[in-house]
Design a protein around this ligand. Structure first.
Ligand code: PLP
Length: 359
């Protein structure tokens, strides 16, 4: 056999591997997964029924244009269908945005730490990441991000709320930032956790997009709508960007099951958002308890909390796992813990209490 292997792109060599949240350990007395910001509620019976019915036809390709879903989204969000594009989760759509805008020599700006996929998909596109550190309070430093814009900048991600810190940027500061971004640079407002936001000063990106042709909003059915395993997300953007997204889509990427489930979820939105409301109450309970224990917890508007543990991160994650909850550690930085079932949150809080006492 030849020693020579096929030539691969050099960019791939230093791509950090995406680390999914660890699954809960099988076979333990209790095992809860608080590592992937998933929705802890099982699928709604009506959505389940829709998916089961759709499964009977999976010998057929899905509707490539996602026509039913597009029409439902267009009505729900008051945007023309030509301004919508769907994809395999919002991370799939984010990757398409990079394919559509950026290549070797181009720059992509985002806060750091933020969503783990940004450096990976940027590198895959061949473009260069420009990471702008979060402020002391773990919030996007929008002034520094605007200062980082050069004539090579093609795309800027603003993750609002930010993963993994849960922190937000508010309307006035975001608008001030958008005013500074040149019209030919695309700003992607990644709003994967939008439905969990209760701070009324956090703008709905879809309102901002209406006035600004260079703003694109990413939303997902994975979190509030509980469809993480079916892979469907979407972008709202003005026509040239949305059209570019349709060109860069993997043909038939969004399965018919995902399309039907997303439609059924939009129709069951009241019930699903009621569940989100319960998770937001749990979030308050968890954050209040952690603060009472003495922890510094940034204000979170997402379905997770962030503990900046520094060098103690891995010890804390191990203690959680031993107690029956799996959290998401970022070695040397901190842990992100999803708000889950009340029992799971109780276990996490108990570990946090013991750990804080030992500090
Ligand atoms: C900020 C952010 N954006 C996008 C995603 C991707 O979600 P999905 O591809 O499931 O829509 C996630 C998932 O964790 C996220 O945290």
């Amino acid at each position: 056999m030849s020693e020579t292997s096929p030539r691969l792109r050099a960019e791939l060599e230093d791509i950090p591997t995406y680390k999914p949240g660890k699954p809960a350990a099988a076979g333990g007395p209790v095992a809860y997964k608080l590592s992937s910001n998933e929705n802890p509620y099982p699928p709604l019976p009506g959505v389940m029924e829709t998916v089961t019915t759709a499964a009977a036809s999976f010998n057929r390709y899905p509707d490539m244009a996602c026509m039913g879903l597009m029409s439902e989204l267009s009505e729900r969000f008051g945007v023309p269908q030509s301004h919508l594009a769907t994809g395999t989760g919002s991370v799939g759509v984010a990757q398409q945005l990079l394919q559509a805008t950026s290549g070797p020599g181009d720059e992509v700006i985002y806060a750091w730490r933020s969503f783990e996929a940004y450096p990976i998909i940027t590198r895959i596109s061949g473009a260069t990441s420009v990471q702008v550190p979060l402020t002391e309070g773990d919030v996007h430093d929008l002034d520094a991000m605007a200062d980082a814009i050069t004539d090579r900048t093609r795309l800027i991600f603003v993750c609002n709320p930010n993963n993994p810190t849960g922190t937000v940027v508010r309307r006035a500061e975001l608008e001030r930032f958008l005013d500074r971004v040149p019209a030919d640079v695309l700003v992607v407002l990644d709003e994967a956790y939008r439905e969990f936001v209760r701070d009324v000063q956090v703008p709905d990106g879809i309102q901002l997009y209406r006035e600004r042709p260079n703003v694109c909003v990413l939303r997902t059915f994975s979190k509030a709508y509980g469809l993480a395993g079916l892979r469907v997300g979407f972008a709202v953007a003005h026509e040239p960007v949305a059209a570019a997204l349709r060109k860069t889509a993997v043909p038939f990427g969004v399965s018919q099951l995902a399309q039907e489930a997303a439609i059924a979820s939009l129709r069951a939105e009241d019930e699903l958002l009621g569940r989100v409301g319960l998770l937001v109450c749990e979030r308050t309970r968890v954050v209040d308890a952690l603060r009472a224990q003495g922890w510094t917890v940034p204000v979170t508007q997402a379905n997770f909390v962030w503990l900046r543990l520094g060098e103690r991160t891995m010890d804390f994650a191990a203690a959680c796992e031993q107690a029956g909850v799996v959290v998401r550690p970022f070695p040397g930085e901190g842990v992100r813990v999803t708000i889950g079932e009340a029992e799971a949150n109780d276990i996490f809080m108990k570990v946090a209490e013991g750990f804080h006492k030992g500090l």
